[in-house]
Write a protein that binds this ligand. Structure first.
Ligand code: URA
Length: 267
């Protein structure tokens, strides 16, 4: 038997860790990685070596900005006074706080009932959403709408739907830390204005942002979390379900939505 050298040992330990990490990304619906330009990597907190994981590791950091716990409802709204939901929408239309403004067709602020008991938070607009200015109106949106209307038995117009970032990231990549940070005042304000009984966080970026730490969605989905005292139910993103359209994944999401619906009607 050949005894592995120290280098071989550490190489196989690196490979094992990479395997675990890749499996986790796959579980979460990640199907591609994007190399980030050097200037972005230099400004990120994660000093992961450039490589396939670098972009994703950066994206994980992206969403780890802790939520403000201040009792002041306008905390987390840098530069935004106490505007109504519609005034916030108008303000967002001219936003140039981050580089996503350059590539957008429309700001996708969010839509739904300002008195909704349930709020859905996704990641960021895709192509259709950018073209139409409406959240979740593409394929993933059709699935989400079906889950809300056919599954939960409520009208889409009776819930509130929005995203972590309001402008489409290029090639639908995960929003970067600075983009999330620039935009989060709008989300904080939307949650504060709508004051839902329950938030459903769709996928990892929304869940991590609301929880204030980077989490694996496969680990936390289906478990109650909290954002400034509002119960948060993390579940898989509908785009992930479209890619991994298994009976088990659909069952899990349905279970999470039912749990969220129950809480919104009983508490
Ligand atoms: N995916 C999202 O996260 N949000 C949308 O609005 C559409 C697709």
């Amino acid at each position: 038997m050949t005894v592995p050298t120290e280098n071989e040992d550490s190489l196989s330990s690196i490979l094992r860790s990479a395997h675990v990490l890749l499996k986790e990304f796959m579980d979460e619906g990640v199907d591609r990685f994007q190399a980030l330009p050097n200037h972005v990597l230099r400004t990120e907190k994660t000093s992961a070596a450039a490589g396939p994981e670098a972009g994703q590791a950066t994206s994980v950091e992206t969403v780890a900005t802790p939520p403000s716990t201040s009792a002041d409802p306008s905390a987390g709204l840098p530069g935004l006074p106490s505007l109504s939901l519609e005034e916030l929408r108008a303000a967002s239309a001219n936003c140039t706080n981050c580089q996503l403004a350059e590539g957008r067709t429309h700001v996708v602020f969010g839509e739904g009932s300002p008195n909704a008991d349930i709020m859905f938070v996704g990641e960021g607009p895709g192509e259709q959403e950018d073209l139409r200015g409406i959240p979740f109106c593409g394929r993933a949106g059709e699935l989400l709408t079906g889950m809300i209307e056919k599954g939960m038995g409520i009208g889409r117009q009776d819930v509130y739907i929005c995203n972590v970032v309001k402008c489409r990231p290029p090639q639908n990549r995960t929003p970067l830390a600075e983009e999330v940070a620039s935009c989060r005042g709008f989300l904080d304000a939307q949650i504060q204005r709508v004051a839902p009984k329950v938030i459903v966080a769709l996928g990892k970026p929304a869940t991590s942002l609301l929880m204030g730490q980077a989490v694996a969605i496969s680990k936390v989905r289906g478990t109650w979390q909290s954002y400034r005292g509002i119960p948060v139910m993390p579940t898989y993103h509908p785009a992930f379900i479209l890619r991994q359209y298994t009976a088990e994944n659909r069952r899990l999401v349905w279970q999470d939505l039912k749990t969220a619906l129950e809480k919104s009607t009983t508490d």
